[in-house]
Design a protein around this ligand. Sequence first.
Ligand code: SF4
Ligand code: SF4
Length: 435
Amino acid sequence: MQTAFSAAQLSHGDTAEAESIVRSCVHCGFCTATCPTYVLTGDELDSPRGRIYLIKNMLEAEAKPTPQVVRHVDRCLSCLSCVTTCPSGVDYMHLIDHGRAYIERNYRRPLIDRMKRWALAKVLPFPARARVAFRLARLARPLAPVFERVPGLTSLAAMLRLVPSRQSAASRHVARAELPAVSTDQGRVIVFGGCVEPVLRPSFGASLRRILGRCGVEVIEVAQEGCCGALAHHLGRTDESVEAARRNIAVWKEELSRGRIIAIVTTASGCGTMLRDYAHLLRDDPEFSQIAQEISALICDSGELLARLNLPPINAPELTVAWHAACSLQHAQKLDDVSRKLLDRCGFSVKTPQEAHLCCGSAGTYNLLQPEMAARLGNRKVGHLEALQPDIIATSNIGCATQIAARSAVPVVHVVELVDWATGGPAPAAMMHSI
Ligand code: SF4
Ligand code: SF4
C-alpha cells in the first residue's frame, strides 16, 4: 500500500513502524473473509484492509480521529484472524495497537464512554477491586434487562450477564499437602497469576500447579507481580501497559537470578500474547529492552509447557470435548494444535467446531464495550460448539471461558483442568454439577 508520510513523521519510531506495516499490505483482501466483524457487517471499513486504510490516513494527516474512524477501530476485536490469513505477513497487531494509542491521545470520547473505559482500566487489572465489582454485579444481575434498554448502560448490562452466578470456592493456590512429594528436578517455573482469572476461575491455576507438582517441576509464585497490562493496552492506554510490563519484569528478573527457571507460564492465552510482546513493547527502553527479550523468550502457554513434560500415567474419562481455540492461542501464538494434541494424548475425544477460526466475541474488554457485536459472535460460536454435542467445552483463556459459559449449559473448562483430571487430579470444578 502506498504511503505519503513526511521525513519528519518517519523520524518517530512508532510512526516509522506503522508506515512499514502499512506498506507491506498489498490490499489483496484475503483477510476480509476471515475477519469476524466483516463477516457480521459486510462493511469494508469493518475489515482489516478497511481499518489499515483508516489508520494510514489518520496517521499521515496527523488528524484528529473522526467518530467514524474511532467506531471502526473500536469494533476490531484484535483477534488477529487476519494475521493468520494474510499472505503478505502484515503485522496488523502492532498497527492496530498504534492506532488505538493514537486515538486515546487525540480523541475526546463522550463522557459515558470515558467513564466506562476508565473504570475498566482501574478495576479489572486489580484482583481485590475486581472481586468487589463482581460481587456487586452478582447482586445487581436482576437489573440487567432494565440496563439493556438504557442507551449508554448496555455495557453494564453485559457485565452483569457475564459474571458467573457463583463465586468459585477453589483457591488458585494448591495447599502444600495436596502436592505429591516428588523431586523437583525438572526445573523451576514461575506461574503467572494474572488478574481476572484467579478471581473468576481460580481452579485453572490450581490445576496447573497440581500437574506441575506431579511432574516434578518446582512452582514459583511471585507475590509482587500484577496484571500483564493487556487490558490497558487494548484500551490504548500504553503508559499503563508499559508500567505493568516494567513492574512484572523487575520482579521476575530477581527470581531469574536465583537460577533454573525454565519458563514463565500462564493459563490465560490472552495474557501469554501480551507477555510475549514485552520485548516489542519495551524495545526502546534503555533499562528494560534486554531483559524484556529474555523474559519474552521464557513465556509459555500452559498447554505448551505441559506438552513438553513427561506427564504422570494417564487415565482420562471417556468424554467428547469440543475444543474452542482462543484467538490469542491460535492466531497470536500459533499454538492451537499443541493444546488440541495434548487433549488427544490424554485420551479425550476432541472435536473442532465449524468456523473455529472466528472469535467468540470475548476479546479482553470487547464484550463489555461492544456488547451487541460480542453477543452475536458469542451466540454464533456457542451454536457451532453445541452442534458437536460435547460433554465438555474446553479452551485456554478466561475471557473465552466466561463468554461461552454465559451462553451454554455445557460445562466450560480449561485444558489444564482436563489434563489434571486425566492424570489423577479432581474433576474440573465446572463439571461438579454435571457428573
Ligand atoms: S490479506 Fe494482508 S495484504 Fe491482503 S489486504 Fe489483508 S492485510 Fe493486506
Ligand atoms: S484483528 Fe480480528 S476483528 Fe480486527 S481486523 Fe483482524 S480479523 Fe478483523
